[in-house]
Structures are given as C-alpha cells and as structure tokens.
Design a binder for this molecule. Structure first.
Ligand SMILES: [Zn+2]
Length: 150
C-alpha cells in the first residue's frame, strides 16, 4: 500500500497524485531556462545534483554546488519555471523555486459526477481557492451545501 506522504506532488518526483486529474500517475519533467542570449529554452529534464554535471563543470564537490545553486529534492530550481506533465491526463503543472504554483488544489477530491451542475460549479471554485483562502473556500462550500439541501 502506498503511504500518503508518498503520493503528494514533490519537485522532481516521477510518480504522484496529479493535481489536475487526481490520479496517481507518472509525470515527465521540463525546465524553462534563459540562455546566454536571453532567449527562453525548454529542456526535457530537470538538472540534478545527482548527475554531478555542474560539479564537474565547476570542479566543485556536491556540497559546495548546493551552496552555489538553489535546489529542492536534489534538483536545481534556478530556472524561469519548471513544469511536470501528467502521463494520464496530459495536463501540465507549473513549479517555481521548486514549489507547485498551479493548479493550487492537489489535495482536494474531484466533484462527484452526480453533483448538480450549479453545486458542482461552486464546489470547483471552492476547490481552486482552497490553498489560497481556506475561509473563502469554506464559505463557498456552505453555499454549495445550502443549494444542495434547500
Ligand atoms: Zn493528470
């Protein structure tokens, strides 16, 4: 059985519960980097402390590289942004400085398909803002419940 902490999205992780489709699935990673000419380039991987490429380039050991570059979970985060792409639904999630910034709702369940459309709209709005404003989210859920019950 999968432990709950292992299913949450984490920068650089290959398998986690997708914040878009809520399915435990595999994710491909990409970095958007600014090159020396100031143009944006996309790389189909995350630069890792583990592959030691940067350490070799600068003749540094891994410990000094970690002071030289920001990293999360062993991956460098000094990019413009990074994105993970869900193999199941094909939707991207966006990461800045190693933190998931979009979608905001990784831990909230998708609405039940039997939910009335008007209630589902309120539920999804509450879901989207649950991390940014839990109280506003709770107010929307209360309204959704009122519409469901009366
Ligand atoms: Zn997905």
């Amino acid at each position: 059985m999968i432990q709950s902490r292992e299913v949450f999205p984490l920068y650089g992780k290959e398998d986690f519960v997708c914040p878009s489709c809520s399915v435990y699935s595999q994710h491909d990673w990409y970095e958007i980097l600014e090159n020396q000419e100031g143009d944006l380039e996309i790389s189909p991987f995350l630069r890792s402390l583990r592959d030691n490429t940067l350490a070799r380039a600068f003749s540094m050991n891994e410990r000094s590289v970690s002071f030289f570059k920001e990293e999360v979970n062993g991956y460098f985060t000094d990019n413009v942004t990074a994105l993970s792409l869900c193999i199941h639904c094909g939707k991207p999630a966006f990461w800045i400085n190693g933190n998931l910034v979009f979608p905001h709702n990784p831990s909230v369940s998708l609405p039940n398909q039997d939910m009335p459309e008007e209630v589902m709209k309120l539920y999804n709005e509450a879901r989207e803002i649950s991390v940014l404003s839990p109280r506003a989210s709770a107010a929307l859920l209360r309204l959704a419940l009122e519409k469901l019950l009366f």
